[in-house]
Write a protein that binds this ligand. Sequence first.
Ligand code: ATP
Length: 314
Amino acid sequence: MSSLEVVGLSKRFGVRTAVDELTFTAHQGDIIGLLGPNGGGKTTTIRLLTTILRPSAGAFSVTGIPGDQHSAIRQRIGVLPESAGYPVRQTGREYLRYSARLFGLSRAEATRVTDRLLADVGLSDRAGARISTYSRGMRQRLGIARALVNDPAVVFLDEPTLGLDPAGQREVLVTVRDIAQRRGATVVLSTHTLTEVEQVCTSLLILRRGKLLAAGTVSDVIATVGAQRSGRLRVAPGLIPRAQAALARVSGLEFTGDTDHPGELKLDATSSAQEPWDNALRALLDARIAVLAFDTDATRLSDAFLSLTEEDQP
Ligand SMILES: Nc1ncnc2c1ncn2[C@@H]1O[C@H](COP(=O)(O)OP(=O)(O)OP(=O)(O)O)[C@@H](O)[C@H]1O
């Protein structure tokens, strides 16, 4: 059974349609990236799915529970809102224990769950300190722990890495991956950071003015725009002639020349298909050429995103 089923979900504020007939399905362990330009409808989508807002049309269910059963839904979900506030005089441990008690856990259970979550998000050693002394990254991780106290099936994280330094971002992303892989929860993650999506999301939804423009894996979305994919290959500089010879036999790929870096080759695909790239790697491995780097999508998701979300699109 799917953990999250969304069908034709819409939200209008007066004449403005913030979410327009959104339909998608998510399963256990999925990390869904919700992407889109400012005002695209990401936060409104999360507010609808967390029962903060009522839909104007459409429906959704969480583990089969219909979205209009608010209290039952809230038992099955966890949320890190866009700008979460914290009782800064409390310690991290007090805050989590209190939150767990609100979900009806006994004192002993609340303590057990709190200690485990503090360890999971890497806050055990600061658990007894007041939240006012926490960095932004620590607060975000505490907020994620708070979203997990009821062992939810679906966790919604609204821009969880916003304003964090690279180390803080990485810690949050590791936590997100853990939630999906170890707990088997579904994560819906709203973000503006495309590299983040490439690193952790199993699929993505791109929203513009409330409409779903593209959905699927990173490769699916790139294929949606029919982008001719390009890539870069790096090998030891002395191996370039052999690499070129091996790749010359792969159909569907063209060399577009050297780059500024010795040992790097630029390649273009003549279609959006994945096969030429797979064949290229196979050809290099068969020729026993050590591949130092092989990068196809990284620079292309941003191209696909921009092409999909440009304002002159219909
Ligand atoms: N309570 C509200 N009343 C009226 N309009 C609203 C309300 N909430 C959101 N909107 C409008 O709905 C649209 C979608 O907003 P939303 O906050 O969902 O976008 P977003 O993708 O989360 O944007 P951002 O990336 O800037 O956070 C915007 O045009 C916004 O102005």
